[in-house]
Design a protein around this ligand. Structure first.
Ligand SMILES: Cc1cc2nc3c(=O)[nH]c(=O)nc-3n(C[C@H](O)[C@H](O)[C@H](O)COP(=O)(O)OP(=O)(O)OC[C@H]3O[C@@H](n4cnc5c(N)ncnc54)[C@H](O)[C@@H]3O)c2cc1C
Length: 497
């Protein structure tokens, strides 16, 4: 794809779909000054609690995007699970292993927050940055050529852009228009019902637990949602693969009264309900020319382990800075090849994890979630965009490609230094780097064990892109590959610790 800044186009990037993936991408592009048009077929934001588990790595992304304080205030810790037999309480246990925050990992636990609330907060931040969503605008088709992409909306309107990102969910119109297949399997042929239900105060279910019943025809789980207005997320399974799932409020009430001690009167409202069958599938490609796939459009998962929304957030975060570097800052178009190369293997790994967890849970095996769901260990060591010129090390030592850990810096934290759309060059226990482009922030620390001594170029998405014992020609080559002129005139100096 030729890089250029042709301003005759209507916009730089069209994003189809204002789910969590599209919103994060629009937000990231807005703060980078990339013109983006976010299209959403629905008349408003998605109303359900669906993807309610926000993983530690996603919390770090939202910290960088300036929306985390609001998200943390709106969320809550996951409650303990509580097993019931009819109206009798049985054992309680933790589904999610609790971890204490550390210097390197400030957000150590999965946050419980309804997907609808996460989306509202992302949307609020997007509008704060001058962005917008065009609701009621459905992408119907697309055509691309050497010079751009033409997006056609239902109704016939066309929009011309340099790139298009399909963040339009599991049934992606963009993916189908490109003829990209989804390879995968049905993880479980039995249907599931997921709904938001409001339960009267004083009913059998307290709000301190995630309540679980097992009936002959299937299980029920009721998870209290933060917000204090009596809402729970209901997830119900059905033993019979041919079962018909009734998603009407009456159907949901009937199911709950049949499988739990709740009475119909105690279920005061069912604001949202949906049914689905769990599939695990991966798009054969994440890119075709100027068009990219992200989020559920590129990979669909079991909800087990809370990976789907989080993986979409990471896709958007990986793609945003690359689009900006190519479209606005003259980076070679090859930079965009690294999007699929980095994200597709991660999605494949996450798919395997959520399928394993789903099957273990369905088989009644241990349901506890460990550190593997937090997405902190995912990285890009094997990427063509990863360069480590230091001798190979063994064990857990930080290598290029890994997530750049947090830590104390001056009176604050390294994450304060990283926050924003820039690259950061961190020198630890070594001589100061040569002059760098203005858009690279530099900082020095006398020592910090989690990094070890050396020079580390931190990408805008918080991964170590380049590492060495000292700056040199390979760092210069790296800077060129990401659209930064190596011998720039000035640089932003951060206060030394
Ligand atoms: C029961 C359940 C529980 C889950 N729990 C978790 C969890 O705990 N943690 C987690 O990470 N994930 C979870 N997920 C998955 C999560 O909900 C999804 O992965 C997430 O919503 C994907 O985000 P997205 O933005 O990629 O796609 P979506 O959220 O599907 O958004 C796509 C958007 O595109 C719009 N759209 C579609 N077609 C067009 C078009 N042609 N033109 C314009 N707009 C269009 C849609 O209206 C929609 O708003 C769960 C899913 C389910 C079903």
């Amino acid at each position: 794809m030729p890089a250029d800044t042709n301003t005759d186009r209507d916009t730089d990037v069209v994003i189809a779909g204002a789910g969590p993936t599209g919103l994060v991408l629009a937000l990231d592009l807005a703060r980078r000054g990339v013109r983006a048009l976010l299209l959403e077929r629905a008349g408003g934001l998605f109303p359900g609690s669906r993807g309610k588990g926000l993983q530690p790595r996603s919390q770090e992304v939202l910290d960088d995007l300036g929306v985390l304080p609001e998200v943390l205030a709106a969320g809550a810790a996951y409650p303990r699970m509580l097993a019931w037999e009819g109206a009798e309480r049985r054992g309680a246990w933790d589904m999610i292993e609790h971890s204490e925050p550390t210097e390197q990992v400030p957000y150590a636990n999965t946050l419980l927050i309804p997907q609808s609330r996460t989306q509202e907060l992302l949307y609020a931040r997007l509008t704060e940055l001058g962005g917008a969503v065009r609701f009621g605008a459905e992408l119907a088709g697309l055509e691309q050529d050497e010079d751009g992409v033409t997006v056609e909306l239902t109704g016939g309107e066309t929009i011309r852009a340099a790139c298009l990102v399909g963040a339009d969910g599991g049934r992606s119109t963009v993916r189908r228009a490109l003829g990209i297949g989804m390879t995968g399997e049905t993880v479980d042929p039995r249907p599931m019902l997921v709904a938001d239900v409001r339960i009267a105060a004083g009913a059998v279910t307290d709000r301190a637990h995630w309540h679980v019943w097992r009936a002959r025809d299937g299980g029920v789980a009721l998870c209290p949602l933060p917000g204090g207005d009596g809402l729970f997320q209901l997830a119900a399974t059905f033993e019979d693969a041919a079962a018909t799932v009734d998603t009407t409020p009456e159907g949901v009430r009937a199911l709950l009264t049949a499988r739990t001690p709740l009475t119909a009167d105690e279920i005061t409202d069912v604001p949202w309900a949906s049914d689905y069958r769990v599939r695990a599938a991966l798009a054969d490609r994440f890119r075709e020319g100027r068009v990219f796939l992200a989020g559920d459009a590129a990979h669909v998962h079991s909800p087990a382990g809370g990976q789907g929304l989080n993986t979409g957030v990471q896709d958007a975060y990986n793609l945003g800075w690359k689009l900006a570097q190519v479209l606005l800052h003259g980076a070679p178009a090859a930079l965009l090849d690294s999007y699929e190369a980095e994200r597709r293997p991660v999605a494949a790994e996450v798919l395997g994890l959520s399928t394993r967890l789903h099957r273990a849970t369905a088989d009644g095996e241990a349901t506890q979630r460990g550190k593997d769901v937090q997405q902190l260990g995912l990285g890009y060591r094997g990427s063509a965009l990863t360069v480590d010129t230091r001798p190979e090390t063994s064990g857990d030592a930080l290598r290029a490609g890994d997530r750049a850990p947090d830590g104390p810096y001056g009176g604050g934290r390294l994450f304060d230094l990283f926050r924003g759309p820039h690259f950061t060059l961190l020198t630890i226990g070594t001589t100061a780097p040569p002059p760098l482009p203005r858009s690279v922030r530099t900082a020095a620390l006398p020592s910090y064990a989690p990094y070890g001594p050396g020079v580390f170029l931190i990408r805008p998405d918080g991964y170590v892109g380049w590492a060495g014992t000292h700056a040199g020609p390979t760092l210069d080559a790296y800077l060129t590959a990401v659209g930064l002129t190596p011998a720039g005139p000035t640089r932003t100096e951060a206060t030394a610790a």
